[in-house]
Design a binder for this molecule. Structure first.
Ligand code: 5IU
Length: 260
């Protein structure tokens, strides 16, 4: 059962090189925190990455919301990730025909495949998207988080969609690092990582359909391995301190889970 195995044990079961690396980072830095850095300015993004870097296993970006994006941002961003030992994770949610995804992933302004070892993908459009991510040019080692469930209120995802998404994830073991979801799924596949967004302590929701659970709830009840925290940290007056607080709470919950 995935929920009671340690990350150390699960690293050995991972079939994707990036999920293996992620398990090792989590264990070594004792953090399952992924910060969602939805910031509009490149300098702010770099400063923020530098400050929360010691406390996170991954930094989740939406690179296309930067108002001053320039490719020169990418080298310092990669250097910060390397120096603090976390992974860059572009939450692009690819959802088109394979050929278009190939371009969106490896070409254009952002050339995501050249700097982000982790990306998110919708299962909606079928296996062509995964084949495109697998065969496009870019970093040699890459991992996909497949989106099975969402934290957004009123989303149209059905039970069957979730079931078929897990099936698809299991058909691409070398490519899939894990699944984005809100419930304890794929318990008998400990090599995959469950990533859970919609985590915050202060609020239960925002005014645009986002729904939040606490760190304790997502780890102990919802089966999260990695928790994504955005505004709970980015809007805090001291982001580094907030990140450290989330890290500790999440790690304690993980220890409690594997010891139970
Ligand atoms: N995100 C979600 N919910 C989801 C998926 C992605 O919140 O179901 I899939 C993203 C959106 C945002 C981050 O980048 O995770 C959460 O940010 P806040 O913690 O600020 O709500």
């Amino acid at each position: 059962n995935r929920l009671i195995l340690s990350f150390e044990a699960r690293a050995k079961l991972a079939k994707n090189p990036i999920s293996e690396q992620l398990f090792k980072i989590m264990r070594c830095k004792q953090t399952t925190l992924c910060v969602a850095v939805d910031i509009l300015n490149s300098t702010d993004l770099l400063n923020f990455a530098e400050r929360v870097g010691p406390h996170i296993c991954a930094l989740k970006t939406h690179i296309d919301i930067l108002e001053d994006f320039h490719p020169n941002l990418l080298q310092p961003l990669q250097e910060i990730a390397k120096s603090h030992n976390f992974l860059l994770f572009e939450d692009r949610k690819f959802a088109d025909i394979g050929k278009t995804v190939e371009y969106q992933y490896s070409k254009g302004l952002y050339k995501i495949s050249s700097w982000a070892p982790l990306v998110t993908v919708h299962s909606l459009m079928g296996r062509g998207v995964l084949d495109a991510i697998k065969t496009s040019e870019g970093l040699e080692k890459r991992g996909v988080f497949l989106l099975a469930e969402a934290s957004a209120a009123g989303n149209l995802i059905s039970d069957n969609y979730v079931k078929e998404t897990i099936k698809m994830a299991e058909e691409y073991p070398e490519l899939i690092a894990g699944v984005v979801c809100q419930n304890p799924l794929f318990l008998n596949n400990p090599g995959l990582i469950q990533l859970c967004p919609g985590v915050q302590m202060e609020n239960k929701q925002d005014n645009l359909g986002q729904r939040y659970n606490s760190p304790l709830t997502v780890v102990l009840e919802k089966g999260a391995d990695i928790a994504v925290v955005g505004r709970g940290i980015t809007q805090s007056s001291d982001p580094a301190c907030a990140a450290e607080r989330y890290k500790k709470m999440l790690w304690d919950a993980y220890l409690q889970r594997i010891e139970s």
